[in-house]
Design a protein around this ligand. Structure first.
Ligand SMILES: Nc1ncnc2c1ncn2[C@@H]1O[C@H](COP(=O)(O)OP(=O)(O)OP(=O)(O)O)[C@@H](O)[C@H]1O
Length: 383
């Protein structure tokens, strides 16, 4: 499955010139400031607007080509679209909303897959209700179900959580994670929230003023300090790969390995609680470490509640806002003259602390990590 975009489109003051490819399943976040052209771009992919020029290819099928005057209708494009507001048919029950999409699909899903989607989204008990009798989170889950029952080649999600309060967001995020992990479907996900992106996305396309400024894996993009003004990475912190290496259910902790270091986190829900070592170990995961949850120490601190104190080397010190410094820290201590290639995490400290500790680039320090989120499936954990 692939999506290839090379389009140009003028809308009011927006001069959209977008060129990128999505060739992998999983979630690709379209991220960027308000007005950067994200919705215009996915409307073009869905066929809701016709670009001025260029080409759009979904799965080797050219859905738009200005040179040959090809502009396939939205229905024929096999694209599932979930909007900010659920846009369900108000007069139809959930069942009828869902099966409307199923019946219209050019390539209908088999019954067992329909049942699996309904189960995955936890909407089986809602089938006889009308949209007005659903909560905001339930409506969005039904809307996701309706998009999936159309058996799309690609799913476009335009800020599907932005109209929901934090509690409803937390309710729906696990379903999006299940969707990402269980269905091998590319998902283009528009979001303003870097926390959501860090939690869900595998890849990020960063847009600004109608242009694609960068695209790459979530690990690489969130490690790039040059993109921070656009990504809000200073608030997001880092997303880095890790391995679950063991569990100690009695002690209530799990062990993770990251760049040769061990981290301890409260027992992960994925742990087998009857044995000390789950059969699935080691298991790949990722950590989200926010800059505000990392402190810097110049020597190993004593008598401290934080479990995770990792050696680190300062890669960059960047002023942010008034009075704060963002420190980029390579995990591990670099020998003199050696350049580290280990993952980078960020720490948010005050100017005053940086001066007091005489911090400088290249200095060997310790990162005191107060809290880690282990993948999205697993809750925020004070570590
Ligand atoms: N039909 C239109 N007529 C005039 N201007 C338009 C039209 N569509 C888009 N624009 C312009 O394009 C800009 C980008 O819109 P778009 O909704 O694609 O941005 P966005 O990145 O999705 O923003 P947001 O994150 O706020 O939703 C708008 O600010 C507007 O100036």
């Amino acid at each position: 499955m692939s999506l290839k975009i090379n389009i140009r489109h003028q809308a009011g003051t927006l001069d959209l010139q977008a060129q990128f490819k999505v060739e992998q399943p999983g979630i690709t976040a379209l991220f960027g400031p308000s007005g950067s052209g994200k919705t215009t771009l996915i409307n073009a992919i869905a066929g809701l607007i016709k670009p001025d020029s260029g080409t759009l290819t979904i799965n080797d099928s050219t859905v738009f080509d200005s040179a040959t005057k090809t502009h396939m209708s939205p229905r024929k494009r096999r694209v599932g679209y979930v909007f900010q507001d659920a846009r369900l048919f108000p007069h139809l029950t959930v069942r009828k909303n869902l099966f409307f999409a199923h019946r219209r699909a050019t390539n209908r899903l088999p019954e067992n897959q329909v049942d699996a989607i309904i189960a995955m989204l936890g909407i089986g008990d809602l089938l006889s209700r009308r949209p007005a009798k659903l909560s905001g989170g339930e409506r969005q889950r039904v809307s996701l179900g309706r998009a999936l029952l159309g058996n799309p080649d690609i799913l476009l999600l335009d800020e599907p959580l932005s109209a929901l309060d934090q509690a409803r967001k937390e309710e729906i995020l696990p379903y999006l994670e299940a969707l990402r992990d269980q269905r091998r479907l590319p998902i283009l996900y528009v979001s303003h929230s870097i926390d959501e992106v860090a939690r869900l996305a595998d890849h990020i396309v960063v847009m600004d003023k109608g242009r694609v400024r960068a695209s790459g894996s979530v690990f690489d993009i969130l490690a790039r300090t040059d993109l921070a003004p656009l990504t809000g990475q200073f608030d997001a912190g880092a997303v880095i790969p890790a391995t679950v290496t063991g569990h100690d259910p009695k002690g209530g902790i799990s062990y993770l390995g990251c760049a040769g270091h061990q981290l301890i986190v409260p027992l992960l829900p994925s742990a087998n609680t009857t044995t000390t070592h789950a059969s699935t170990i080691p298991q790949q995961t990722r950590l989200h470490i926010r800059a505000r949850d990392v402190m810097i120490a110049t020597s190993i601190p004593d008598g401290i509640s934080a479990n995770n104190i990792l050696p680190a080397t300062i890669a960059a010190l960047t002023p942010v806002g008034t009075g704060n410094i963002e420190a980029a820290l390579h995990l591990g201590h670099a020998a003199k003259g050696r350049i580290l290639t280990t993952p980078v995490i960020q720490a948010r400290i005050t100017n005053w602390s940086a001066l007091r500790l005489s911090l400088e680039v290249g200095q060997q320090v310790y990162a005191v990590i107060k809290s880690v989120t282990v993948d999205g499936k697993l809750r925020d954990t004070d570590a």
